[in-house]
Write a protein that binds this ligand. Structure first.
Ligand code: 13P
Length: 252
């Protein structure tokens, strides 16, 4: 099995002003400066990217955006291009988050275009997938994930996906305090890795990082990270406080 470098990412969603975000980022940089074996990324709101970049540049904390639009430029009021995201200092971008799918009409097809635009612009996409509670209850988990991944990653070469990160976030576990059980998380992560193998071959599927997201906390990170196919976490609420997020990054 390939060695996969762990990754812990913080999704700050629609929280924090520029100053607050910069302060948290500064504290985090200090707390995790000795960490060498884990990729660390934080994704503040667009309006805080520039200020947070000042706090993280030159450190081991990478900067990510929470979305982008696929066009290069043009009359698209309210949208942000891949180049703008890069210009603000980002190396990563979260795409297809369930909140964007749920509240902002993102589809598998639009997520596919966004992933393509991110890769073309040398940004690392953190591609989010996950089923709702109703879908899990009606035993549609695997068919939903199959569709999200088949369409989301349609038309890519193996080479272009080398740096892709996938995040499995069961919608029913986001912000609810309900974490997937070990069995549930491992089962889905293994399913995703198998599907990636079928689509792109073993070399890619073996190397790709699959993060778990949904009520990750310092208290449950080690049992999640112990699972064979869990390579990291995408953290919402618990990433907003530097100390708590650092405790997740440096879990024992
Ligand atoms: P919580 O960690 O707050 O459940 O959020 C998870 C998430 O949506 C990260 O993208």
């Amino acid at each position: 099995m390939g060695e996969r470098r762990p990754m812990i990412a913080g999704n700050w969603k629609m929280y924090k002003t520029g100053e607050e975000a910069k302060d948290t980022a500064k504290q985090l940089v200090e707390l995790v400066k000795e960490v060498k074996n884990t990729d660390i990324m934080i994704a503040p709101a667009f309006t805080s990217l520039a200020s947070v970049f000042q706090a993280v540049k030159g450190s081991n904390v990478a900067l990510g955006a929470q979305n982008l639009f696929w066009e290069t430029q043009g009359a698209y009021t309210g949208e942000i291009s891949p180049m703008m995201v890069k210009d603000a200092g980002c190396t990563h971008v979260i795409l297809g988050h369930s909140e964007r799918r749920q509240y902002f009409s993102e589809t598998d097809e639009s997520v596919n275009k966004k992933i393509k635009a991110a890769i073309e612009n040398n940004l690392i996409p953190v591609f989010c997938v996950g089923e709702t509670e109703a879908q899990r209850d009606s035993k549609e988990t695997f068919s939903v994930l199959d569709k999200q991944i088949q369409i989301g990653l349609k038309g890519f070469s193996v080479k272009s996906l080398e740096r892709l990160v996938v995040a499995y976030e069961p919608v029913w576990a986001i912000g609810t305090g309900k974490t997937a059980t070990r069995e549930q998380a491992q089962e889905v992560h293994a399913f995703i890795r198998n599907l990636l193998e079928k689509m792109f071959g073993l070399d890619l599927s073996d190397g790709i990082r699959i993060l778990y997201g949904g009520s990750v906390k310092p208290e449950n990170i080690s049992e999640l990270m112990a699972l064979k196919d869990v390579d990291g976490a995408l953290v919402g609420g618990a990433s907003l406080t530097a100390r708590t997020f650092a405790d997740i990054v440096t879990f024992k």
